[in-house]
Design a protein around this ligand. Sequence first.
Ligand code: MN
Length: 200
Amino acid sequence: MAFTLPNLPYAFNALEPHIDAKTMEIHHDKHHAAYVNNLNAALTGDDVNKSIEDILKDISKYSPAVRNNGGGHYNHSLFWTIMKQGGGGAPTGALADAIKAAFTSFDEFKTKFAGAGATRFGSGWAWLVSNGGKLSIGSTPNQDNPLMDVSELKGTPIMGLDVWEHAYYLHYQNRRPDYITAWWNVINWEEVAKRFASAK
Ligand code: MN
């Protein structure tokens, strides 16, 4: 029952020009694949039969290798699905209402989320999380995430943005804010809304 690398749900070049094909290929085929392989290598005994969510909620009981690679596997699996070719725009329905309730407006939400990604020092992730339908924004270091018992930021991850240099350096070099600005054009809001609905 080993963990497996999920297929990318679109072609490597689907998110061009915002995220380049080479970055997507290396990110999925090398980085994410390594997290999966290293996670499988680090798990022993009954832990190999657990879901990734069950491992993450008790992550303080596991080795650093499980924390880093288990987080890496969960985070990237989420990340691929919340992007798509021809994405972007704005959310609608219950998600749009919840964003407005929590952040006043969609523009305020974007500013706050982009700020969380831009100011995360070093490697990590920016997150939109739901706690009983209430939305909040934060960030985590390395491959930590809001499902982990060790995380300061808690909740169900609705949307996550990878701000590791490997996610943008080939095309954007050191310009992380430019990558974040471009990323709004590839968001799959239908998928984010689905995650929000099932988190409530
Ligand atoms: Mn990554």
